[in-house]
Design a protein around this ligand. Sequence first.
Ligand code: GLA
Length: 729
Amino acid sequence: MTRSTARIVHLRAGGVSLAVELLAPVPRVLHWGEDLGPLGDDALAALALSGDGAGLHCAPDEPRRFTVWPTQAEGWSGTPGHEGHRAGTDTTPRLRTTGTEESADSLVIGLHDDDAGLDHTLTYRLDPSGILAVHTRIAAPADAPGPAPYDLAAATVLLPLPGRAQEVMDFTGTWCRERAPQRTPLTHTGHVREVRRGRPGHDAPHLLTVGVPGFGFRTGEVWAVHVGWSGNQRWLAERRPEGAGVHGAVLGGGELLVPGEIRLAPGDSYTSPECFFAWSADGLDGLADRFHTLLRSRPGHPSSPRPLTLNTWEAVYFDHRPERLLALADAAAAVGVERLVLDDGWFLGRRDDTAGLGDWSVDPAVWPDGLGPLADRVHGHGMEFGLWVEPEMVNLDSRLAREHPEWILGPSAGLGPASRHQYVLDVAHEGAFAHLLESLDALVGAYGIDYLKWDHNRDLHEPVHRDAHGGDRPGTHAQTHALYRLMDTLRARRPNLEIESCSSGGGRVDLGVLARTDRVWASDCNDPVERQAIQRWTGQLLPPELVGAHVGGPRSHTTARVTDGSFRLITALFGHAGIEDDLTARTPDERAALTRWAALYKEVRGLLHGGRVVRADLGDDATYLHGVVAPDARTALYCWARTATSVPAQSGRVPLPGLVPERAYRIRIRTEAGLPSFHQVTAPAWYGAALDGWVPVPGTVLTRAGLPLPTLDPAQALLIEVGEQPPAG
Ligand code: GLA
């Protein structure tokens, strides 16, 4: 074999490297993962020389190579970069490089497909967080051949995995049980997840991770991908006996395209969603840290203290008597709430969930004086005012549906079944788009609305738009872009407006929607037993300040489980905290407890919303130790929680993750949110001392030897604060 003389582009950031050899006709990926350090000519040559694997039996005569855009023309038998056809032809892409552009953090590769006459532009950007963002654009030049458009069936960005990446973890779930992890070996031929809901859904893959077997929160080498898109999605980890060039497998993602959805006529182009690839040698916490760093570095990341919120849904549901809500606003202000969000039930005809969606004007039947008096009361208390909307949806029992049935997404043959009595508006229809934009903008202007809880309560089924000529065209791709455009336009008009992404709880949690929203509603489940898990795993991608976490009443509305106040309060602390309860029905003692907790939240939110999330590997699903450690590791706040009983009678010594062994620390128990009940006669000796005040404990004891932690009763939690021990004297 001749030694390659092709140039190698080596991007490095955050301890990660991407090395791409600009081979003709298509560049290949030599390495993605741990930083290879600065590479001189000899090292680059060795990397290229070692980039070819063996020639195999029953295989192409040249060793297979894994290129940046794999096709069968290279002898690749796995998922190709893209698939499609032009009226049944042009199905075998032949790519060649047309140009490359590089900067310190990016590589752009231009490819031309001589078969279909398409231009591909593949963009890699390596963020300082170490996250590699990849997307592609596929364009039919204005002079593209053939009378027929090119039907793009799939476009998938792929990166290689080494052979040692053999265990997959991703997520499933359902309403009130979002982001339940599932693990499986990465077998031949792999693991494919397809999302056809028109939204990521409660069972969204969330973060597809492949690692060395047994990887945990703190240990194990892991590679992961997130598809930053709010519509249909495709995620895959694919392993084949022959490998992927010199690599073991591939990891990738993109939009799941419905047949006929993307038809590229001359001059048209398709841009794939951004896929975010992450590598870490430090397990799931290492991945989470990279995503949190990426998100926090965005110019639009919320920078003001996250206001303690009261949401009215579980407090009043559809009972929108103004005097009731005014009293709730007063009670909220008294406990220290900083933002009140009026949930569903305020708009025309919305007395229950069967009517009204689409008519975004205040219902005079329940709000005869409009929302002005409530907005004024809320603002008068110094709180922000938020409002629930569900712009993409419509009830047939609405003025909008009666006046504009043509704005509803669905086939000419007639609408299919309703879901929560509702259908989907064709937001890509200019009339529907303008109606939504003007209605929302008018509301924000009229009431000085600071925040919209933007909901989306059904899957998209048969989402086709009916064009003027009677053709039914698939509409999810256009709908997703129209949603983004609607949010972007509204925010451009109202730069101070914040938006929450809600979708029957946590059904739309992705980095596409988060590019134009300020937090997600993680779940409709406020039961802290479930919430410990839901928040833990939502936090695998999102930092706590982006994850809404509310204290509900003693008996959960969604599980009927009754829990102690302290467990509910401590659980809700580790997110963007709020209350979802009728405060006017609470006793003075209960309100005093909420007031103490509200003050604690305001004291610690700087740490919680700017520090590193850490989670301990305990080998027991019912026991949690998680916390947030300040960037300088001088302070930390941990939650020690138990959701159910478990067999071990005591914890033994448990290292607190994320601290520096060489530092002098001190610890204490924070009591403002209440104390847990124990499943033991006496707590470990240090506990009593830490209840009374700071107890010095060297970092090496906290991090290496570990602390014995009290055995809690089920559904209990404890807050442990760590500070730096001041020098003696
Ligand atoms: C969805 C949301 C809830 C609430 C209701 C209102 O279910 O997830 O939080 O806003 O809608 O109808």
